[in-house]
Design a protein around this ligand. Structure first.
Ligand code: NDP
Length: 301
């Protein structure tokens, strides 16, 4: 077998961001500056880092960003009020509600309150439903990033057998929907699956999105499989800690044809696709406004 290839998420995300920067430039030429509002409720340290990185990346590609920090004891109604204001603000194209939310907040109500046209995380049921019907909608960022890496690595995905390990609403399920849309044959595994390891071993493509360090090793993989490791797990190293994926990288490496490292694989793709979704949302909203203005002109003349 050929030497396994490392799938470089940093380089791939830099290329996506470069394309986004160009598209922002095209919109600016039409006097449209894409704008993203990020809402953070409470002081979760990891969420603060994620939000800071999203704002930084937005600035880098020319997307205007707004950060809304709400205290940890914010009620659902207060959050809904903020979301309503952002929905009504035509200068905002994308709204991102950083998860997880404090326990007193009704997460589903909050996500459903976001205007689906501004739902750059792709979590609104209208976008979830559209994706499952194979329509072009704002799709969740992490699975979109994974699909991009797979297309870059494998080329044509049609007919390949993909196994998605994990069925969460934010990664596993939308990942399966995107792979189906790309004409893969898709198997989804979860904590109740019988014989998960044997099923996984049949896959040409494995997407691991479980949240268990090193769960998947070479015994789960067919020789030559392409592996995308979504997992981010912090493990104790005795004298500190480090991040690892759901795949036992060193053990899996000799068995695969290509694999993402953790960190440096899927992680950078998530933010890149958030920026991409913000530009898509801005372009669609701008087009809708133009169509509306033209319709008004036609009705007058
Ligand atoms: P969830 O905890 O929401 O879902 C985990 C899924 O794994 C569940 O569907 C669960 O099954 C399944 N599972 C648990 N144990 C097993 C097992 N032994 N065999 C097969 N399936 C199992 O996690 P998320 O989807 O939110 O995240 C998954 C991982 O991805 C985490 O490490 C997270 O940090 C990371 N992540 C990384 C991102 C990035 O940008 N790189 C973005 C988002 C997440 P069941 O449904 O039956 O409980």
């Amino acid at each position: 077998m050929n030497t396994p290839r490392l799938i470089d998420g940093k380089a791939a995300s830099a290329r996506v961001l470069e394309q986004v920067r160009r598209e922002v430039g095209e919109l600016l030429a039409q006097a449209v500056q894409p704008a993203l509002a990020v809402i953070l409720v409470g002081g979760d340290p990891a969420s603060q880092v994620y939000v800071r990185n999203k704002i930084l990346r937005a600035d880098e590609v020319g997307i205007r960003s707004q950060e809304h920090r709400l205290p940890g004891d914010t009620s659902t109604e207060q959050l809904l009020n903020l979301i309503k204001g952002l929905n009504d603000d035509s200068s905002i194209n994308g709204i991102l509600l950083q998860l997880p939310l404090p326990a007193q907040i009704d997460e589903l109500r909050a996500l459903e309150a976001i205007d689906p046209r501004k739902d750059v995380d792709g979590f609104h049921s209208e976008n979830v439903g559209g994706l499952s019907q194979g329509r072009d909608v704002l799709a969740p960022c992490t699975p979109s990033g994974c699909l991009h890496l797979l297309e870059q690595t494998c080329g044509d995905l049609r007919g390949k057998h993909a196994v998605v390990v994990g069925r969460s609403n934010i990664v596993g399920k939308p990942m399966a929907a995107l792979l189906l849309k790309a004409d893969c044959s898709v198997t989804v595994l979860h904590s109740r699956s019988h014989d998960a390891q044997a099923l996984c071993r049949q896959a040409d493509i494995v997407i691991a999105a479980v949240g268990r360090a090193g769960l998947i090793d070479a015994s789960w993989l067919k020789p030559g499989a392409v592996v995308i490791d979504v997992g981010i797990n912090r493990i104790d190293t005795g004298n500190g800690s480090r991040l690892v994926g759901d795949v036992d990288f060193a053990n899996a490496l000799p068995q695969v044809s290509a694999i993402t490292p953790v960190p440096g694989g899927v992680g950078p793709m998530t933010i890149a696709f958030l920026m991409k979704n913000t530009v898509i949302a801005a372009r669609q909203q701008h087009q809708a406004q133009r169509n509306q203005s033209e319709a008004v002109c036609h009705s007058i003349y």
